[in-house]
Design a protein around this ligand. Structure first.
Ligand code: HEM
Length: 196
């Protein structure tokens, strides 16, 4: 079911047009990078404040109020741009375990950020930063680093044979008729390079 949605997405003419346009692909990548800097940067500053590493002159709630709107705005753009990059090669990303790990870590990290935002005022009122708050901040930092590492480890469907290897023999391959040579052809058509 999910595979068919991915397949439909990948063959949607708007998505094909978008992923074949070099200019739009670059704009999407730049948007993805810039917005994830906003997301990860702002939440990391709040987490480090909770840990007492920086910005101790400001209250956590004050810092969160200043920075977290940047995080939510960045998140909107990172999800939009990420989804559009994903859509161009949806079946390949669907088959990538590392990509699944990235999304799972992302969900957990977002959940922790929501809890931080809700709890900041209460934490400020207690005489010392609660241990649980510090623990959550630490876990949040680890999760965000994990999201970035998983993103970097996600094989590029057009440049890496890894996804082809992962797909071979899987039910996805049978359902999609996927073949590495077809992928090379698609990569070639996308980049105007003649396929071997
Ligand atoms: C704040 C959250 C996110 C962070 C920190 C993040 C980080 C990154 C990074 C660093 C890359 C570049 C990897 C590389 O060039 O090797 C990337 C690529 C990508 N991201 Fe995200 N991302 C986030 C959210 C999302 C979301 C929500 C989606 C999907 C809905 C998504 C989909 C993608 C896709 C499809 C790629 C291209 C992977 C490739 O071609 O290798 N990302 N992301």
């Amino acid at each position: 079911m999910l595979f068919h949605i991915c397949d439909w997405l990948e063959h949607n003419r708007w998505i094909i047009g978008l992923s074949r346009s070099v200019t739009l692909s670059v704009i999407l990548s730049v948007t993805h990078y810039f917005s994830f800097f906003c997301v990860v940067g702002s939440i990391m500053i709040v987490d480090l404040r909770v840990l007492g590493v920086l910005g101790r002159r400001k209250k956590v709630a004050e810092l969160a109020e200043e920075l977290l709107p940047w995080m939510w705005m960045g998140l909107l753009f990172v999800i939009l741009s990420g989804f559009l990059i994903f859509a161009g090669d949806a079946t390949a990303f669907y088959a990538s375990r590392v990509f699944h790990v990235k999304l799972m870590l992302l969900l957990l990290a977002i959940a922790l950020s929501v809890i931080t935002q809700i709890s900041a005022l209460r934490w400020d009122r207690s005489p010392a930063m609660p241990v649980l708050a510090k623990l959550m901040a630490l876990v949040s930092l680890v999760l965000w680093v994990g999201v970035i590492l998983a993103a970097v480890e996600t094989p590029d469907p057009y440049l890496s044979p890894t996804i082809a290897q992962m797909k071979s023999g899987s039910s996805v391959q049978k359902a999609s008729g996927y073949s590495p040579s077809l992928q090379v052809g698609r990569w070639a058509s996308k980049t105007n390079v003649s396929a071997p």
